[in-house]
Design a protein around this ligand. Sequence first.
Ligand code: PMP
Length: 404
Amino acid sequence: TWESVPLAPPDSIFNLIAAFAADPTPHKVNLSVGAYRDNDGKPWVLPVVKKATQLLLNNPTLDHEYLSIIGLPAFTSAAAKLILAPDAPAITEGRVVSVQTISGTGANHLGALFLSRFYQFNGNKQVYLSKPTWVNHYAVFKNVGITPVEYPYFDPRTLGVDFDGFKSALVDAPTRSIVLMHACAHNPTGVDPSREQWEEIANIILSKGHFAFFDSAYQGFASGDLNNDAWAVRHFANKGVPLLICQSFAKNAGLYGERVGALHVIAPTSEAAKRIRSQLSVLQRSEISNPPAHGARLMSLILNDPKLFEEWDRDIKTMAHRIISMREQLYKLLTEEFKTPGNWEHITKQIGMFSFTGLNQQQSLALVEKAHIYLTNNGRISMAGLNTHNIRYVAECLDKVVRG
Ligand code: PMP
């Protein structure tokens, strides 16, 4: 038994995190992990989450019974309003099916599984992924028998969106193709389409009868404004593009390990919503039976209490604005202080947790090996790993590897 099981390579990101932890160098810097850190490089428990946790603990009726198969309704309905807007027609018309999932990854999985079972594929069972994308998207779709194919997204020359390439791929794709898009703060590039570009994309997707698979892992993180970051999803929904949304509260509420998320499928009618809900329940039952309660209870308190919601909004701004300020400081150091060769405007133009620096594999590896600055070898850095104590060192080392 098991002789035929090949050894799998370790996960590249989790591998880097382990290497960072084992590195005894005091001035080491972790720019690999997609998790927020405060200005001292420490994980940040949002003050509003601390408050909500206290409220939960003080509730004498709190128990540890199972949630229902599709999760905590007070959480999922508030989560749908957060991404779609409270007065979204799909919500008021009862066309949104919301299922609580194991954070964003679980939402991607359940969404992909549902499509693999019930979507009327036109020919091959495939999904269009942006090139590049969050690496896990490939495995999530392959696991359910859907083949990933890529659409051009990032232009290495401009370090911005390859809009023409993106549009042509959508036009050339067979009708009714599934297209995965990042709702905001694209991972790993930090590059999002502009509103005008989103409008054009929505028009093409609608005219080709494509299905929009939105992955929303960073609402609030991109601009510091929850509504602003939901703009693309809301635009597509209002246009009537058939879509689903995978929603994560890992980053915007700092609830990484609690696995709080939801899958929202917009149906054409409330009657179709009922059928879709019933099938998602069947799938969920066999996969996880029912989702975990703690994080959903926390988020439910925060989303449904106006005072707590306001506080959450402020906490999100604290995180987003610190990241934006790190972008500005890094840009300033590179251009004004070190006069590093090249154009660095993308550092401030790109948004969200990550930045594609434009460093090549060799330069990225040199930063890890020589400077103890940990980043993935595609040149992606997590802006959240920068702080006022290490940014000068990082800029100086970046300058050195660029000069070679
Ligand atoms: N989608 C994208 C684009 C992500 O970057 C992430 C987190 N790295 C996720 C989904 C899933 O995260 P989680 O399962 O922790 O919510």
